[in-house]
Design a binder for this molecule. Structure first.
Ligand code: ADP
Ligand code: NA
Length: 344
């Protein structure tokens, strides 16, 4: 238990859903409350990643502030953590370019995110995609920017959801490539801290992860939803033709996802297996009611705090300015070492 540096990011592409909350935000809050007092924590709203899907500027503005309000609503404290917008610290882009000069395109082409964003199978290759204008360079090189985000703060630990494991491996690859090329140790290899909560799946397509980028809004529950909306979405969740509860993730992914969500919010911390056991024989309708109740109750405080922060633009702006200042200071130190290693 020694002081370290914790960094994580989230895209301002919509209000956070249950996957973001259980897989990331709640974990960030817990780390804030339990980390060594000298550990530095950086939580970055990655707006430069978000423009891989361009949108109207007014919408981008609004989404950025909504995410800032969300981070405060889950209990992150701007006096303890550095909470900031990625685009306000230009060193992220500078380090991305530098890393991209030693990063391997072969590795990037094997990564799954650009494939899933373009709805391509895991076996998709680069052939023709670029020529057809389908794959933008930013989406392809996204993991290099993510590596820069992390390395800029000499991060020791990155708390993320299960879906980010591959990106963290790539980040360590970037460290090895850069440090080897320039015979330096100035970049620090981070460890992945995978959230203990299982991946939250889409309510309508339980084979896919719950995501902000899913076109169907019914696939997700947002941390800002009212109890009524939560109940309606859980009620509409895809299950199967069996009418009673068992926990069988392979055979019954829809039911298992509901049990897993319930476990994520369970005040007693019971595992999905345990809950499945205890609820055996319950009707699916009863399961859905129970899940909706626990999610609504556990999110009540976050929901209220969100409403207060969202309407307090002055507060949000102050947090942003304070975050940019602190992040810039740390980023400047790392870049001085990087530039020296290169000979700039
Ligand atoms: P999204 O895919 O919804 O746009 P982001 O890419 O902004 O989410 O990811 C923010 C954080 O939320 C990451 O740490 C990621 O691992 C986590 N996360 C996203 N979706 C899920 C999910 N369905 N289950 C668990 N964690 C998730
Ligand atoms: Na994503």
């Amino acid at each position: 238990d020694v002081p370290g540096v914790i960094f994580s990011g989230i895209q301002p592409t919509g209000e956070p859903h249950l996957g973001n909350y259980l897989g990331a935000l709640r974990q960030w809050k817990r780390l804030q409350d339990t980390a060594h007092p000298k550990t530095k924590l950086f939580f970055c709203i990655v707006d430069m990643h978000a423009i891989t899907t361009p949108r109207p500027p007014e919408e981008m503005q609004e989404l950025r502030w909504k995410m800032m309000a969300s981070l405060l609503a889950v209990g992150l404290d701007p006096d303890r953590c550095t909470i900031f917008f990625q685009s306000t610290v230009p060193q992220h882009a500078e380090l991305q370019w530098i890393l991209s000069c030693t990063a391997s395109t072969g590795y990037l082409s094997r990564m799954t995110q650009w494939k899933s964003k373009l709805n391509l199978g895991e076996n998709a290759t680069l052939d023709n995609l670029g020529a057809k204008g389908l794959l933008k360079h930013g989406l392809f090189s996204y993991p290099v920017l993510q590596a820069a985000d992390i390395l800029l703060y000499r991060t020791t630990h990155v708390p993320v959801g299960e879906d980010q494991r591959q990106h963290l491996e790539f980040t360590r690859e970037c460290v090895t490539n850069f440090n080897h090329t320039y015979k330096t140790k100035c970049l620090v290899s981070p460890q992945t801290l995978i959230s203990p909560t299982r991946r939250v799946m889409s309510l309508t397509k339980p084979g896919d992860k719950m995501s902000k980028s899913d076109l169907s809004a019914k696939s997700r529950i947002l941390i800002t939803h009212s109890p009524k909306e939560i109940a309606a979405r859980i009620n509409g969740a895809t299950t199967d033709s069996l009418n009673t509860v068992t926990y069988e993730p392979e055979a019954r992914p829809g039911v298992a996802n509901l049990i897993s969500i319930m476990s994520g919010f369970d005040p007693q911390g019971r595992s999905p297996e345990q809950l499945g056991e205890e609820m055996q024989g319950y009707k699916i309708r009863e399961l859905k009611e129970a899940v909706a109740r626990v999610v609504s109750d556990q999110l009540a405080e976050v929901r209220e705090r969100y409403a207060a922060f969202e309407s307090d633009k002055d507060k949000l702006r102050k947090v942003s300015v304070q975050g940019t200042e602190k992040a810039t200071l740390q980023a400047g130190e790392t870049m001085a070492a990087v530039r020296e290693a290169i000979g700039f």
